[in-house]
Design a protein around this ligand. Structure first.
Ligand code: 8X3
Length: 248
């Protein structure tokens, strides 16, 4: 049997990079897709994969990704995404909202649309969309991001309905609080203090490896098993707002 092929978007850091490493360890050849060439080239060299520079919000860039992938693909992990800002609706920044919809919803759609023929051609394709608990609840200041991640969830559900007679599974892994190098820092435009405050007093937020572990599990079930959705949170996060913090 030939080596199975996986594509991971947003592979330059965090959950994406951890997932690329983990899938490579599981025996996949991994196409590491992201905007930052230096990062994905280093990662691809480390795991024996391939680096393809790709901005998921650009149709042209996604077309080039599909060409690089070729006619057959086993696993697609739509991980590229992110949050920008934490303003209440009354003070929302339209541009930040557009960027969040663009990357978390339209980008995911564009990559899926472009790679679907190759996933069908594999005879047992899997799409794993990285959603969020922000796609399940509302929280103050989060509307731009929660609306986008609810979008991720609904696109995932719709796709599963549309592909009901195709050999492609459609899954969502929805993490809660994950401490990565960049998620909160990007959200707060480089403000380290605000980024650190997100995790303040939480003994063990999830790590990128915890989520990669879940994604790899979802992606390696037998071909007839579809994990519709898997919500994963740290023990300290009983619900989005109910987080056990220890004052230091
Ligand atoms: C989950 C992160 O900030 O919405 O993706 O809890 S957050």
């Amino acid at each position: 049997m030939s080596t199975p092929l996986a594509v991971v978007t947003g592979a330059s850091s965090g959950i994406g990079a951890a997932t690329a490493r983990r899938l490579a360890a599981e025996g996949f050849e991994v196409v590491c897709a992201a905007r930052r060439a230096d990062r994905i080239e280093a990662l691809a060299a480390e795991i024996g994969g391939r680096a393809v520079v790709c901005d998921v919000t650009s149709e042209e860039s996604v077309r080039a990704l599909a060409e690089a992938v070729g006619p057959r693909l086993d696993v697609l992990v739509n991980n590229a995404g992110g949050a920008f800002g934490l303003s209440p609706v009354a003070e929302a920044d339209s541009e930040q909202w557009r960027r969040m919809y663009d990357v978390n919803v339209i980008g995911l759609m564009q990559v899926t649309r472009a790679l679907l023929p190759a996933l069908v051609a594999s005879g047992a394709g899997v799409i794993v969309n990285v959603g969020s608990t922000a796609g399940r609840v509302a929280y103050e200041g989060g509307a731009g991001y929660t609306a986008a991640k609810h979008g991720t969830q609904v696109v995932t559900e719709t796709l599963r309905l549309e592909l009901f007679d195709q050999p492609v599974r459609v899954c969502e892994v929805a993490p809660g609080m994950v401490r990565t190098d960049e998620f909160a820092l990007v959200r707060f435009e480089g403000d380290q203090e605000r980024a650190d405050a997100v995790y303040a007093g939480v003994a063990e937020p999830l790590t990128a490896d915890d989520v990669a572990d879940a994604i790899a599990w979802v992606a390696t079930r037998p071909a007839h098993v579809n994990i519709d959705e898997l919500v994963i949170k740290p023990r300290a996060q009983a619900a989005h707002h109910k987080v056990h913090r220890v004052q230091g």
